[in-house]
Ligand binder design. Structure first.
Ligand SMILES: NC(=O)c1ccc[n+]([C@@H]2O[C@H](COP(=O)([O-])OP(=O)(O)OC[C@H]3O[C@@H](n4cnc5c(N)ncnc54)[C@H](OP(=O)(O)O)[C@@H]3O)[C@@H](O)[C@H]2O)c1
Length: 303
């Protein structure tokens, strides 16, 4: 099959470009400047030219804090761009898989969110993504909205890479310990999307394959817990290991408010698509093998 991936340079788009060909799929990855998803005519032309069997929207305005100052820019991509892709995919008769986020929730539930929980975003980014989800589902009956969280990969701007950089620069790191979620590696999300793709292409409107699904890595963690794992795995590969101190959200003010507990319940995607959350610790280790090389002991033992 042919898969059009919007958002070519992004973490998830790059992982899809690496993963989908392994199942024999052709990938047409498009991003700015050749495809701006906020441009409805450009989106329609891109689908006409690419003639995909499936569209994946991995393009998004993801600068959570900057979005507070640029709501128009965030909504243009995350709501209007998503809607443009959904309309064009519906007109072409092909399914759409659209990525979304735990930031559509306020994080006050006190338990992992299920897909039927009502969104109540705290900031502009979350609001624009919630509006995008609604626009996609309204425009295209054959769409799947995949909410994930804390996306990391060996490329791109992400928490893991920030921790590695700061570990090399500082003797002490302070990381928020009272926000819960789950690291999700782009490669694991790409595996899940590859596994779902054939069914989405074959399924008619109204099939249980479509709708909203949650998928993150497992188990749940705090940012501090994730940082601890990153620093431990990196130190095993010879990277500097600073002291790590837990702090509260109040001690690390940011422009945008984040959900204190954005844990996503991933049972639905397991039930309806047979996909189970990947253990993120193993994915982290594989990612650090790429960035820093294998753990020192393993290298020494190698023949
Ligand atoms: N990163 C996270 O922690 C996280 C957490 C939860 C959910 N998600 C969701 O997961 C999806 C993938 O995230 P990611 O981390 O892979 O994102 P990312 O690395 O920030 O990449 C997003 C890509 O979208 C592109 N883009 C932005 N505006 C565009 C436009 N108007 N037209 C075409 N392309 C455009 C960006 O390109 P430019 O270089 O041109 O800006 C960038 O390459 C997104 O839907 C995001 O909301 C991410």
């Amino acid at each position: 099959m042919r898969v059009l991936v919007a958002g070519r340079q992004g973490q998830l788009a790059q992982a899809l470009c690496a993963r989908l060909p392994r199942d024999g799929h052709a990938v047409v990855a498009l991003g700015r400047p050749e495809l701006d998803i906020a441009d409805a005519d450009g989106v329609a032309r891109a689908l006409d030219a690419a003639r995909p069997d499936l569209v994946v929207n991995a393009a998004a305005y993801t600068a959570v804090d900057r979005a507070e100052d640029e709501p128009e820019a965030a909504f243009a991509v995350n709501r209007d761009g998503a809607a443009n892709l959904a309309r064009a995919a519906a007109a072409a008769g092909v399914p759409l898989l659209h990525l979304s986020t735990d930031y559509v929730f306020d994080g006050l539930k006190g338990a992992p969110y299920v897909e039927t929980d009502a969104p109540n975003p705290l900031g502009i980014y979350g609001r624009s993504k919630a509006a995008g989800e609604a626009a996609v589902l309204a425009a295209h009956p054959r769409s799947l909205v995949l909410r994930t969280a804390w996306v990391c990969s060996a490329t791109g701007a992400n928490f893991m890479r920030t921790m590695l950089r700061l570990a090399a620069e500082r003797e002490e790191l302070r990381v928020v310990a009272d926000q819960l979620g789950a690291p999700s590696f782009a490669e694991d999300l790409a595996d899940a999307i590859a596994a779902m793709a054939p069914r989405l292409v074959a399924a008619p409107a109204g099939d249980a394959a479509f709708g909203i699904f949650h998928l993150t890595g497992a188990p749940h963690a705090s940012w501090h817990g994730f940082a601890e794992a990153i620093l431990a795995e990196a130190a095993a590969r010879g990277h500097p290991r600073p002291r790590l101190l837990p702090i509260t959200t109040g001690q690390y003010p940011t422009k945008a408010r984040r959900p204190p507990d954005g844990r996503l319940d991933c049972a639905r995607i397991a039930r309806l698509h047979g996909i189970r959350p990947a253990r993120w610790r193993g994915s982290l280790a594989r990612c650090l093998d790429i960035l820093l090389g294998p753990p020192r002991g393993e290298k020494e033992q190698a023949p």
